[in-house]
Design a protein around this ligand. Sequence first.
Ligand code: DQA
Length: 145
Amino acid sequence: ASILVLHGPNLNLLGTREPGVYGSNTLADIDAELQLIAKERGHHLQSMQSNAEYELIDRIHLARPEGINFIIFNPAAFTHTSIALRDALLAVDIPFIEVHLSNVHAREDFRHHSYFSDIALGVICGLGAQGYQLALHAAMDQLNQ
Ligand code: DQA
């Protein structure tokens, strides 16, 4: 099956950005590891990062005609602001798992609300880069059901 991994704003700086909060893995490290795991299990995985809300929206729109079966999404700061990205996911009706590297519930109040959690299949936060791998394993199990 086809899996799309989407990373929101500032995640391109992973590895150098607040390493105490977000860890020392770069986004390229994370994506490469996910690629490997998906390939081993016979799935096709692609990743995309953008700092622009409209690019993420356009990518989600494209996912439907492209035949993407599952999305793993770290919306980053758009988690807490973007009705437009929520609407895009509702529109394409592709199941997704929401991932956050940090435990957003242990941080500032404004990070406690997500525009995605109630429409996500599941939410993983606080486990660093491993959260993406756990999400991928869960996605592949879902796809094999
Ligand atoms: C984040 C948490 C968000 O609150 C923050 O704005 C991010 C990253 C995370 O992965 O922990 O940019 O989504």
